[in-house]
Design a protein around this ligand. Structure first.
Ligand code: C2O
Ligand code: CU
Ligand code: CU
Length: 361
């Protein structure tokens, strides 16, 4: 069981080496020492992550700290601070999940025609006419969502995977790939008594109905600035590594290798700063995730990162024919018995070998 987004030691990280055998248990003792964020957990069993997540093992971790407590953002859990775990599933006629069936499912990733939020199909949420914060996880195995309100309603993104953004970013839609999180604040104060749909702009499909109660509206002003993250200030980069994503003729890998449990692919020094360059020479996008760190995106094809990805991240969508540069640092150790992973977060790609492992010493 892996704590995605938590900066913990390799032996608590729950990677594929930490198998929990049937009828046994595992306790991880973890010190939380990182910025407030919305993280999550899911199994990481070699070749079986996709199936186990698909069948239901996954959940959220919400980390609070003095910054999140101080900021004037909606923060009443389940009332105006609402988690949304988005996943799509394929069902058979008996209402049972149908997982991977073909090579096509491996290459494209397993998607479904039913969209669930927090495990519910056709969900709705009732809110007061005020500002509401949604903490959104793309917990799907493979589907990339473009999240939007059907009426083009504007909202602000305030946080990404591993931290708040420097300031709120106004938007009408945003892309969220598997493994990524986003926190948005939506002002419903002018929508008393109305119903809106939140959905997927790529497939023009409603995911959730938002029913705004017909009560007295509460106005709200977003903070101008959120969090200035100092983690990579004055960082001196001492090493660069290149990771080329391979997808061709039914073969998935990284740097022309497929994941091997007994092969360590990289060795990193603790508390140093490195550039990790992720190259995607093929046309299909891949969400690239790294364990044990919260990184910053430096560039996309040599240009500045998007304005809503200026906070700390642990998963980055690398589009087709794109090269993304990250600055990374690792503050915990991971040895060869319990190494960290980097991989594509399309779980069928991960399971097929688009993953590698590294130590931090
Ligand atoms: Cu969310 Cu290595 O995984
Ligand atoms: Cu992870
Ligand atoms: Cu992939």
């Amino acid at each position: 069981m892996h704590w995605h987004g938590l900066k913990v030691k390799g032996d608590s990280d729950g990677g594929p080496h930490s198998v929990i055998k049937p009828k046994t248990s595992w306790s991880a003792k973890i010190d939380i020492n990182q910025h407030s964020c919305t993280s999550w957990y899911h199994p990481h069993t070699m070749h079986k992550t996709g199936e186990q997540v698909f069948k239901g093992i996954a959940g959220l971790f919400i980390i609070d700290d003095k910054d999140s407590k101080k900021l004037d953002l909606p923060k009443e859990y389940g009332v105006d601070d609402i988690p949304l775990v988005i996943q799509d599933r394929r069902f058979d006629h008996n209402g049972q999940f149908i997982y991977k069936q073909s090579m096509h499912d491996t290459m494209m990733g397993v998607t479904g025609n039913v969209h669930l939020i927090n495990g519910i199909s056709d969900p709705f949420v009732e809110v007061e006419p005020k500002a509401i914060r949604f903490r959104i996880l793309n917990g799907a195995n493979a589907r990339i969502y473009s999240l939007t309100f059907e009426d083009g309603h504007e909202f602000h993104q305030v946080a990404g995977d591993s931290s708040f953004l420097p300031k709120p970013v106004k938007m009408k839609n945003f892309i969220l790939s598997p493994g990524e999180r986003a926190e948005i604040v939506v002002d419903f104060s002018k929508h008393a008594g109305k119903t809106l749909f939140f959905g997927d702009g790529i497939n023009q499909r409603a995911l959730m109905k938002v029913i705004v109660k017909d009560t007295k509206p509460t106005t709200y002003k977003l903070p101008k600035t959120l969090l200035h993250v100092k983690d990579y200030e004055n960082a001196k980069v001492t090493n660069t590594r290149v990771f080329t994503l391979n997808m061709s003729m039914g073969w998935l890998g990284i740097n022309n290798k497929q994941m091997q449990m007994n092969r360590i692919d990289e060795e990193v020094k603790k508390d140093t700063f490195e550039i990790w360059e992720i190259r995607n020479p093929a046309p299909r996008p891949h969400p690239f995730h790294i364990h044990g760190t919260a990184f910053k995106i430096i560039s996309r094809n040599g240009k500045n990162p998007l304005i809503n990805e200026l906070g700390l991240k642990d998963t980055v969508l690398v589009y087709g024919r794109e090269t993304v540069q990250l600055i990374v640092t690792f503050n915990h150790k991971a040895d060869k018995n319990r190494p960290y992973m980097y991989h594509c977060h399309i779980l069928e790609h991960e399971d097929a070998g688009m993953m590698g492992q590294f130590t931090v010493s």
